[in-house]
Design a protein around this ligand. Sequence first.
Ligand SMILES: [Zn+2]
Length: 283
Amino acid sequence: MVLVKIIRVAFLVVISLNLAIADEIDLNLFDLKRLNDNVYVVSQDYGHSNINFAFVIGEHDVALITSMMKDYSRHVQSLVQGITEKKIEYVFALDGDYYQYNGSRLFVENGATFVARENLIPDAFANRILVASKRIFDLKYEVIEATPTKAHTDDHMMLKLKKSNIIFAGDAVGFDWIVYSGKNGPLAHLDALKSILRDVDDETKIFPGNWSAKQYGNKVDLENLIGVYEEFVNQVFLLSKRNMKPEDIAADESIHSLLRHLNSYDFQKDYLVHYVKDVLSEK
Ligand SMILES: [Zn+2]
């Protein structure tokens, strides 16, 4: 009887601990939108920008499209549990950024498979699929197509939800500002953007990793990004050939006149030199 009592007390302690943890999770920073029966997009308020991630509900299980930061894993878990009791089966990391794998840990430890572009920086997680070429994940209610690209680091992967005609492009794409190419350089990034464009029709919704004014874009927005980024890259190369230093290029009026109409200009203009250096690192 004593043992039963101890077990009963232990059980109650566990329940109240769980309730305490649940109570602490403040979801105020998260804006959850249902796009259709099976796709939810969440936007997290991250100060000067917002971060997009998503849940895809399949017949038997759930796919997380980017896992967010490690500090928010329990928030993400709690958001999923508010929608469905189905198990999280896949966690997709779209970029080779460290937060993408740190933020995936909780879900992988709970049995999910980590899916990322081949060459993701750390050699982490036994339970993983590294994508080297186009690959389909069939969740029945939705079909996810993963396509590796050379945009934004060499570890980027674009996801297309075939039934919903939605693309998650991670940090390869942004509709408020230009992009960072990473070590493959701006020309590889431009090629990647053009390959994403070939997968887009007039109805496709394209979700970037970050946004401030525009949570998602369409084909015209992607064409505009390609146009502005290509002009920026060409102008940086041109000024660099005139032996201008990155700091001087970043201050040049020809550069500012290209970018002034973008939503995040007022915030980002002070960081322009980093974008100039990113372009020049290719040479
Ligand atoms: Zn990134």
